[in-house]
Design a protein around this ligand. Structure first.
Ligand SMILES: *Cc1c(COP(=O)(O)O)cnc(C)c1O
Length: 364
């Protein structure tokens, strides 16, 4: 599927070289002390990119969607009211997952392209057990204010999807009052898909479901997988075989990010996104996401009238080796999604995608 070095789609992006290099190393056994060191360091680095001190911070051996499932299956007791902010595909997915876990879901619907309306979400129910929201909606290119939800959550737990924000834009789980969070590796962390960086604080862990309806994602059992509840150097108990190569790859990607510096990485994403969005508008294209809430790492553009959305994407891929995404849901053919995540968030990539899109549109 990777035809060229350049991939800008919202899915797996061009990874950081440190992450791919780690995949080529000889495999380590999952209980090899060297691997345990790599796992400990990976959990430490995850705490940094999450902005948390939570002891229970680990890479779940599954994709971001399983992170979502772990978040709900461990915290939703039957009949619990779960308020979900829905402003795109992934908020919608949360309502489905929460309902399957036995929640009474209160979905607060928004027009796609708009950020979460904090007042509406906080007043949707007088005493929800959980308030859930997506920080960076990859389906629409919108950022929402998680800190404001955290400030007003009351006794509820705040559950946050940070799949597309982690390692790309400011994320401060503890300062913002996030109790449970899940993420993915293949977005701004610039690592292959397959792991879900997960974090849960003591408050949420104490309220967890004793025997969740998932064996694999039971956080009570997963504690031992990374040492006592994720505490460095704690006792390991076998739970499942750690995907050692994937964890080593995540370790490589995180090392790369922290060497550059998290603030510098965020600034690099912001600059790339700002330049792309300004360039697209100079070309006469209209952005889809609400002004003031646009993600730098995922830009949504309206497909101009009369232009064949799929045809342009195909030309970009075949002629320039650049993949951009189609829109999501009802916007499948009317919106494009251009990702500048991880290693792709750089000035030369911006210029390349702008020039290539101009070329393809000129020829259309
Ligand atoms: C990609 C994504 C997911 C799902 O992650 P997978 O790794 O595809 O399972 C969930 N939420 C958001 C916001 C995403 O962008």
């Amino acid at each position: 599927m990777i035809r060229e070095r350049h991939l800008f789609g919202p899915g797996p992006s061009n990874p950081y070289p440190e992450a791919t290099r780690a995949l080529a190393e000889p495999l380590l056994g999952h209980l090899d002390p060297e691997f345990l060191r790599i796992m400990d360091e990976t959990c430490d680095m995850l705490r940094t990119v999450w902005g948390t001190d939570n002891a229970r911070t680990l890479p779940l051996s599954a994709t971001g969607s399983a992170g979502m499932e772990a978040a709900f299956v461990n915290t939703v007791h039957p009949g619990d009211v779960v308020v979900v902010a829905v402003n795109g595909l992934f908020g919608q997915r949360m309502t489905d997952v929460a309902a399957r876990c036995g929640a009474e879901v209160v979905a607060v619907e928004h027009d796609w392209g708009q950020p979460v309306d904090v007042d509406r979400v906080l007043s949707a129910h007088p005493s929800p057990a959980i308030i859930a929201a997506v920080h960076a909606e990859t389906s629409t290119g919108v950022r929402s204010d998680i800190a404001a939800l955290g400030a007003g959550k009351g006794d509820a737990l705040l559950l946050t999807d940070a799949v597309t924000s982690i390692g790309g834009i400011e994320l401060r789980a503890d300062d913002w009052g996030v109790d449970i969070g899940y993420a993915g590796t293949q977005k701004c962390l610039g690592v292959a898909p397959g792991l879900a960086p997960f974090t849960i604080n003591d408050r949420a862990f104490e309220r967890r479901v004793e025997k969740p309806r998932s064996w694999y994602l039971d956080l009570g059992m997963l504690g031992g997988y990374v040492g006592e509840a994720g505490v460095k150097g704690g006792q390991r108990t076998y739970h499942h075989t750690a995907p050692t190569a994937m964890v080593a790859s995540l370790h490589g990607g995180l090392t790369r990010i922290l060497d550059e510096g998290l603030d510098a990485v965020w600034a690099r994403h912001q600059e790339a996104g700002d330049t792309l969005q300004a360039g697209l508008q100079e070309m006469g294209l209209e952005l889809f996401a609400a002004e003031g809430s646009r993600l730098p790492e995922l830009t949504t553009v309206r497909v101009p009238d009369g232009v064949d959305s799929a045809g342009v994407r195909k030309e970009l891929l075949e002629r320039h080796g650049i993949e951009i995404g189609a829109g999501a849901g009802e916007h499948a053919t009317s919106v494009w999604r251009i990702g500048l995540m991880g290693r792709n968030a750089r000035p030369d990539a911006v210029l390349l995608v702008l020039a290539a899109l101009e070329d393809v549109l000129d020829r259309a």
